[in-house]
Design a protein around this ligand. Structure first.
Ligand code: EJD
Length: 399
């Protein structure tokens, strides 16, 4: 191990295929090397993999900003691939205004109002899966569900929703380096950008849906009418691929831990904590960056202005300094303090909706299915940011 300016330098590429397939050995090396490390292939980056530092960076938004991008690319030096998000890639005071609007639209009260519909769709879908017996956990369940309920709630039409998957893949690949994964998802975009932007327009959004409510906020003067379509875009960017993979990873966890599934089946009220623990155990968004706006320190180690700080959420969520027996998936753990939704002012604004989706799908499963068994080899969908499955063959044994 090399060392420069108090910082270990690891010869690790987080975006190498082997690390995307199985990130956990890399996470351990990064955590054990020190509280903040350098990565030889990315000289402009410092990385934190321990819970304490990831949490500290997220909670110091004045030093570690988002406006220069939350991926590897520094927007001060390079042009973003799309107009910047007004919430994800923004800092106060702009972030404060846009966040207030999204936060109200996705409030606990709003979540109460969508709960009955989200539950009914989950029950119907799980019923269909049980009838099939052997399913692909991704194509038959994890993908179908968010792609139905969330765009419905936003108020997007039924046609062309698969475009959201293509777009999500690009958004999350774009936070990594310009590698083959990014090139491939950029090639697939074709007419998708236009579909996305067109579906952000008011005339294409169902009156009263989350999307329309953005425009109502513009009518009320809380944001401008020019900002409205970009904020709808945030729903479409962040609301689908994330929950698809959160659900997919939860199904994977349960299928591979029959004793945990047995507890869930015996007590369906464990659905919500089982989903939460899956987020800790296999974090959907593996990484996020911030950018240091000034010379500063992390854990007493100097970090220069304009450095990209890589926060390894998934590694923090398995840091043994924070979690006893961190690699164990245990639905009775109650993993409060996990950073799968981030932390601080940028912490996931849609987390109540995500939790609702996880809860109602796992509740429906717990009631209708006695056992979930792997029914063949799963395959992974590699993405620079997301922990994602491509296929997940499962056998559902009815209750
Ligand atoms: C995101 C990791 C946006 C946007 C917001 C959040 C995400 C992506 C896009 C959710 C990232 O505002 O466009 S989990």
């Amino acid at each position: 191990m090399n060392e420069t300016a108090n910082m270990p330098v690891l010869d690790i590429d987080p975006y190498a295929t082997e690390n995307l397939l199985d990130p956990y050995p890399m996470h351990e090396r990064m955590r054990e090397a020190g509280p903040v490390v350098r990565l030889a292939p990315y000289p402009t980056v410092v990385a934190c993999a321990r819970h304490e530092q990831v949490h500290a960076v997220f909670n110091d938004h004045a030093t570690f900003i988002s406006g220069a991008g939350v991926g590897l690319t520094n927007f001060n030096l390079e042009t973003p691939f799309r107009p910047k998000s007004l919430i994800l890639e923004a800092d106060p005071p702009l972030h404060t205004q846009t966040r207030a609007v999204l936060s109200r639209i996705l409030s606990p009260k709003a979540v109460m109002q969508i709960r009955a519909t989200f539950t009914a769709v989950a029950e119907k879908l799980v019923e269909r899966c049980v009838e099939k017996g052997t399913i692909c956990g991704i194509h038959d369940l994890a993908q179908i569900y968010p792609l139905k309920v969330f765009p419905d709630a936003v108020g997007v039409g039924d046609d062309g929703r698969d475009n959201l998957l293509v777009y999500g893949d690009l958004v999350f690949n774009s936070m990594g380096p310009r590698n083959a994964l990014l090139a491939r998802s950029a090639e697939r975009m074709g007419p998708v950008t236009e579909w996305i932007m067109s579906n952000c327009q008011r005339e294409h959004l169902r009156p009263g849906g989350f999307g329309d409510q953005i425009y109502q906020a513009a009518d009320a003067g809380e944001i401008t009418h020019e900002q409205a379509p970009l904020l709808v875009r945030s729903f479409l960017s962040a609301g689908v691929d994330t929950t698809i993979n959160g659900l997919g990873n939860a199904l994977f966890a349960l299928a591979h831990h029959p004793e945990q599934y047995a507890k869930l089946h015996a007590d369906a009220s464990l659905a919500r904590p089982a989903f939460e623990e899956a987020l800790r155990w296999e974090s959907t968004a593996q990484t996020f960056y911030r950018t240091a706006v000034r010379d500063c320190e992390i854990a007493g180690v100097p970090v220069a202005e304009n450095t990209k700080v890589l926060c390894m959420l998934a590694a923090a969520n398995r840091d043994p300094r924070k979690w006893p027996d961190p690699d164990r998936y245990d639905i009775e753990r109650r993993p409060s303090g996990h950073v799968a939704f981030g932390a601080g002012i940028h912490g996931c604004v849609g987390q109540a909706v995500a939790r609702l989706e996880g809860e109602v799908v796992l509740t429906a499963l717990a009631r209708r299915v006695k056992r979930i068994e792997p029914a063949g080899q799963h395959t992974r969908r590699l993405n620079n940011t997301l922990r994602a499955l491509d296929t997940l063959p499962l056998r559902l044994i009815p209750a």
